[in-house]
Write a protein that binds this ligand. Structure first.
Ligand code: GLA
Length: 357
C-alpha cells in the first residue's frame, strides 16, 4: 500500500537515512571514546503529510500496521515510540509539530545490530526538518535521536548509531570522537569492502546486560578517578581494579587505542588485525559474545580474502562484520555460510544487500 492509498492524500516531503555497521569501537561511545562506523546501503524512508484531523497517523509498510495517535495517548512500545520520541523532542526544542500522516518503509534488517532504529529516527527527523524548515544541523539531529531512544524507548544507548545514520555514508568510514563529536571521514583500506553476515542469534542490546556493562564501566572510571574510561590511555592502569571491572576497563581502554590506531591510513591486513583483536577482547574481557557468533567470526577470520572479522553492534548475538578483498563478497559469503551450517547454525548475508541470500 502506498501513502496515498493509506491516507487518501499526497505526502508533502520524503526523507531517508541509512543503517550502520560499526567497524571498530564497540561500546566505547558511552565511555566518551572513539568509534569508526560506516553507513550500509539499506535505508529507512519516511513520507510525511499533514493529517486532516487532530491525530497523528503512523503507518509501517513492513508491519502493515496503522496507528492513530493523539498527544494525550500513552505511547505504545512499537515502532511508534521512536517517532513519538522525535516529535516530542522537536517540540521540546520549541517547534510546534502539526498532526501528521507518516508512512514508513525500511529495508534495514531489524534486531541484528545494524541500527534500524537510528535509521528510522534520523529519517523522521530529516523529514520534520524539511517539512517545518527547522534550523537543526546533522549533529543536533543525532543528539535528538539519541535522546528519543533513551527517553521514549528506554534504551540507555550512546550516540554511535545516530551519528552514523545522520553523518555517515557508504563510501567512507566515519571516525567520531563521541565526547566532542568531532569527526573525520576516512578512506577504507585500499581494495577492500565490507561483508556483514547474520549469526541468526537473537541480539539483545536493550537487555539488562547492556546496562550492566555501562554500570561496570562507570564504576571502573570512578575507581580510577576519571570522568570516563576514555580518559585512560595506558591499559596497565586498569590492573589495580577488582574483577570484573578490570576486564571490562581493559577492553574499553584497548579498544579506544585500536580506534585511534585506525585513524591513520592502514594497510588492510593491519586494520583487519585490529578487528580480530577487538573481537578477542570483546569475547574474553567484555564477555559480550556468544558461541555461535564466535564460531562465525572464527570461520570468517580463516576464510581466504578476509583481512579481519568481529561481532558488531550491541553484542550478545546479531551480525558479524568482516573487512574483505574487493569483489570477493559472494565467494567468501558462500564459503563461510556453508562452514557455519556444517557447524550446526544458519547464517545469511546482510551486506552487500545485492548478494543477500
Ligand atoms: C548499540 C548502542 C550504541 C553502542 C553500540 C555498541 O548499538 O545503541 O550506542 O553502544 O550498541 O557499540
Amino acid at each position: 500500500m502506498k501513502f496515498q492509498r493509506v491516507f487518501g492524500t499526497l505526502p508533502k516531503t520524503q526523507a531517508s537515512a541509512p543503517g550502520r555497521v560499526n567497524l571498530l569501537g564497540e561500546h566505547t561511545d558511552y565511555n566518551e571514546g572513539f568509534v569508526i562506523p560506516t553507513a550500509i546501503p539499506q535505508r529507512a524512508t519516511v513520507q510525511i503529510g499533514l493529517s486532516n484531523d487532530h491525530k497523528h497517523h503512523f503507518y509501517s509498510a513492513e508491519f502493515d500496521e496503522l496507528i492513530n495517535f493523539s498527544d494525550d495517548d500513552t505511547i505504545p512500545q512499537t515502532f511508534v515510540s521512536y517517532i513519538c520520541g522525535c516529535i516530542g523532542l522537536v517540540e521540546k526544542e520549541g517547534y510546534k509539530v502539526p498532526p501528521l500522516n507518516l508512512y514508513i518503509t525500511s529495508n534495514v534488517p531489524i534486531g541484528v545490530g545494524l541500527s534500524s532504529s537510528a535509521a528510522l529516527e534520523i529519517a523522521t527527523l530529516r523529514g520534520l526538518r524539511t517539512l517545518l524548515n527547522l534550523p537543526l544541523d546533522d549533529v543536533r539531529l543525532a543528539q535528538i535521536a539519541q535522546l528519543a531512544e533513551i527517553r521514549y524507548v528506554g534504551f540507555n544507548c550512546g550516540i554511535l548509531d545516530q551519528m552514523a545514520a545522520s553523518l555517515g555514508d557508504t563510501n567512507s568510514m566515519l571516525f567520531i570522537d563521541t565526547r566532542s563529536l568531532n569527526r573525520r571521514k576516512l578512506r577504507f583500506p585500499k581494495n577492500t569492502e565490507i561483508l556483514v553476515l547474520d549469526s541468526d542469534e537473537t541480539h539483545k542490546p536493550a537487555g539488562s546486560l547492556y546496562n550492566q556493562r555501562r554500570v561496570e564501566c562507570e564504576a571502573a572510571a570512578q575507581m580510577l578517578g576519571v570522568k570516563a574510561l576514555r580518559d585512560i590511555e595506558d591499559s596497565q592502569a586498569v590492573e589495580v581494579l577488582p574483577q570484573p571491572l578490570r576486564k571490562r576497563a581493559r577492553y574499553i581502554v584497548t579498544e579506544n587505542n585500536r580506534v585511534i590506531e585506525a585513524f591513520k591510513p592502514l594497510p588492510a591486513k593491519v586494520f583487519g588485525q585490529l578487528m580480530n583483536d577487538s573481537h578477542t577482547s570483546l569475547r574474553d574481557d567484555y564477555e559480550l559474545s556468544v558461541p555461535s557468533v564466535d564460531t562465525l567470526v572464527e570461520i570468517l577470520q580463516e576464510t581466504p580474502g578476509v583481512f579481519g572479522a568481529r561481532l558488531t553492534g550491541g553484542g550478545f548475538g546479531g551480525a558479524c562484520v568482516a573487512l574483505i578483498e574487493s569483489e570477493k563478497a559472494s565467494s567468501i559469503a558462500t564459503e563461510a555460510i556453508a562452514r557455519y551450517q556444517s557447524a550446526g547454525y544458519t547464517g545469511r548475508v546482510l551486506v552487500p544487500p545485492a548478494i543477500a541470500f
